[in-house]
Design a protein around this ligand. Sequence first.
Ligand SMILES: [Mg+2]
Length: 440
Amino acid sequence: MTSTVTALRTLDIRFPTSRELDGSDAMNPDPDYSAAYVIVETDAPDGLSGHGFVFTIGRGNEVAVAAIDALRPMLVGHDADALLEDLGATSRALIGDSQLRWLGPEKGVMHMAIAAVLNALWDLRAKRAGMPLWQLLSRMTPEELVALVDFRYLSDALTPEEALQLLRAAEPGRAERERQLLERGYPAYTTTPGWLGYSDDKLERLAKEAVADGFGQIKLKVGACLEDDIRRMKIARAAVGADVRIAIDANQRWDVDEAVEWVRALTPSDPYWIEEPTSPDDVLGHARIRRGVSPVKVATGEHAQNRVIFKQLLQAGSIDVLQLDAARVAGVNENLAILLLAAKFGVPVCPHAGGVGLCEMVQHLSMFDFVALTGTTQDRVIEYVDHLHGEFVDPAVVSDGHYVAPTAPGFSSQLRDDVLRDYEYPAGPVWRAIAEEDAR
Ligand SMILES: [Mg+2]
């Protein structure tokens, strides 16, 4: 018996995080962490649904919801089993729609909406398989994995045959690495101490707590005021000691030469990487910055719009660290392409996380990479931010500086029903209460 997609439900979910300055950085001083949320429902007797979302920081979340709504005709009424069995073809159909494609191509709001839908389908497929997504992917054959990837525009850097070789080379040892992963988890670093809106005292206290909690790396937001950054870096370095890595993140604040000067001014405190020094589209600018700030590493990717930009960043020698994002490029499929590219070029992937549900999702991609692709966690860490986890049905868990491998079936991308009700914007009870308070 086959099943049919019966509904694509969308919700505008927003959390009033700007009230605490959690998540504040040089470019985004007052984010309300939000999710343009989608639920894929079918008439299968298992009653399972797939959950995915676009992460935004508030205003404009309704635009992302509208973009997901535009995909509804491509799913509702279609054979759910066929869509799920060949997610490579499903991905290509969504991305290649002859009219919607004009809105990108393969970038921006429409691409992020496709990510939400594809990730929801992967959530549903993993739930049906009774496995966490990382395990489902790690147990697929190299041929099945390669069939999920769109190699269009990549073949000058990575061919399907090369991808197959990389995956086949990692086949021996998959079971042993799966065992290791379940036993000790995957290394994490924390951004919790370093938000720009926090006082020096709060920074110092949270940096010390991070080390006590077992993290080997923390991250500080920089780029608003050089004097402040020099002072905050000194405070953080004194708090964590010489052996803990401190990454810094400018969130695209600088021009190219300004980035070089600013990072050089901070080098006495030994930053490990500079993240998003300039425009995420500036492939050659990143290469120039990298030459200028070495041995400080250059990291970017959370705003890289698709696999083509990642290909160029790697080809041009622009980055030391690749920071893919679970919900900006077109979901699991395009992230498989990006993981394969990074493996080919030997560049470590340290995913972007935080926000709403990004920790929950991205852990699956890194864990797959460890078990079935690169086989290592050397110089690899997943970002962790200690906000908005309990809102999820299967929250990310970090213990002793490591992500604990999820074992619940799915992509860990499902918000609790009461959260979906309370935080719906603007009609949910949380937002109605805020509106009433503001009116007084
Ligand atoms: Mg960042």
